[in-house]
Design a protein around this ligand. Structure first.
Ligand code: PMP
Length: 388
């Protein structure tokens, strides 16, 4: 493998997770709903996994609903809560820099009679509590703000938002995907009522996730069927995936205290190295309230796409925009929300490091990136070298 610095888009499954999953495919393959021994074994694995995932975020097991991933958990949280509670109000608040799935769910809710307010963020991508509070009305039933941005890495003041929502009796949903494994998530401390989690973001498999649903918060299901997952998510459970998610959470809980400072050191080396070797580049996102794995830059006068392809030729994987929208060629809504012009948003590049990143990977980026930027700028009709 070359140098992989796009952990935000996808993470490899940790070999220890894979090992924990394997027996569930062919030896302990039963359906947790069956009443025979094979069913009992699968049910025990499912419920053990539920306990593990719950403990990881300081919840209790009956508050965890396993889903097919974060997109489904976001749908269940917003659509499930809005439709179940529309007698209490029809107004929802999200932030402008939510993941594309939240934005598209919000549009769907608008088409179905709900009103949605989108709170702007500052130049670093932080939601202002004052602006959030100003948008609350007596009709507001739900606030949805991600724990951190999967693009620019900015961390939100979730505990403060939780306290605000709690004081107004408004349910808070939080997409925790970008932050999980990088920040200690605690649904009690932060007063989060609904929390989206994904397995892949902690080195588990893709296609598995969970929604934490605080006891007493009522949702409508999206999938109707055999009534699994307390009737909130029918369909035979993906036991191998769920076991993988629990093993990934166990490893993460144990290793995070060592892993996060290591990632932060790589990130800081990357940021300092790029800043000192490349003129006219700017860090996007918050200078210190940012995820430990994230270095997101804007390079004046060149296209992020060209940079990405040149890096690809050198065997280096990075990212422009978010993987979920990378193929649309639209500038990232997050970058426009923090005030970048279209051409500035197009000149941005994101590096995210992870569990298997090595010091040499960072060195290699720092060795080749300045030359690539310089070459592209020589070809660029818009680079003037006079900004900043
Ligand atoms: N939320 C965030 C913050 C994400 O980064 C992603 C994509 N990794 C999702 C939701 C959607 O996740 P999935 O593709 O697992 O449904």
């Amino acid at each position: 493998m070359g140098v992989y610095l796009d952990y935000q888009s996808a993470k490899p499954v940790d070999p220890r997770v894979l090992e924990a999953m394997l027996p569930c495919f062919h030896m302990e393959f039963g359906n947790p709903s069956s009443l025979h021994r094979e069913g009992d074994t699968a049910a025990a694995a499912l419920e053990d996994s539920r306990k593990t995932v719950a403990a990881w975020i300081n919840a209790v097991d009956e508050e965890i609903i396993f889903t097919s991933g974060a997109t489904e958990a976001n749908n269940l949280a917003l659509i499930g809560y809005a439709f179940r509670n529309r007698d209490k109000g029809n107004h929802i608040i999200i932030s402008e820099i939510e993941h594309i799935s939240i934005h598209n769910i919000a549009r769907y809710l608008e088409r179905n009679g709900f009103q949605v307010s989108r709170v702007p963020v500052d130049q670093y991508g932080r939601v202002s509590l004052r602006k959030l509070e100003a948008r609350v009305t007596p009709q507001t039933i739900l606030i949805s703000v991600g724990y951190a941005s999967n693009e620019i890495g900015t961390v939100q003041p979730i505990a403060e938002i939780g306290a605000l929502a709690g004081s107004r009796n408004i349910v808070l949903h939080c997409d925790g995907v970008a932050a999980e494994g990088l920040l200690p998530i605690d649904v009690q401390r932060d007063r989060v009522d609904l929390l989206t989690l994904s397995a892949n973001d902690i080195y588990g498999p893709k296609g598995v996730g969970a929604l934490y649903v605080r006891k007493g918060v009522r949702l409508n299901p999206l999938l109707i069927g055999g009534g699994q997952e307390k009737g909130l998510r029918s369909g035979s459970e993906n036991v191998p995936g769920i076991v993988g998610m629990a093993e990934a959470a166990t490893i993460m809980s144990r290793e995070m205290a060592v892993e996060v400072p290591r990632l932060r050191a790589y990130r800081d080396k990357l940021i300092a190295g790029i800043r000192s070797a490349v003129p006219h580049c700017f860090l996007n996102g918050h200078p210190h309230e940012r995820l430990a794995d994230n270095a997101h830059f804007r390079f004046q006068g060149i296209e992020g796409e060209s940079l990405l392809l040149s890096l690809k030729q050198q065997g280096i994987a990075a990212m422009t925009g978010s993987a979920c929208t990378a193929k649309t060629m639209e500038p990232s809504h997050t970058l426009l929300s923090i005030g970048l012009l279209h051409e500035e948003a197009h000149g941005s590049l994101e590096f995210t490091c992870g569990r298997f990143t090595k010091d040499e990977d960072i060195d290699q980026v720092l060795e080749v990136l300045p030359g690539i930027v310089e070459r592209l700028r020589q070809l660029s009709p818009i680079y003037q070298g006079n900004e900043g």
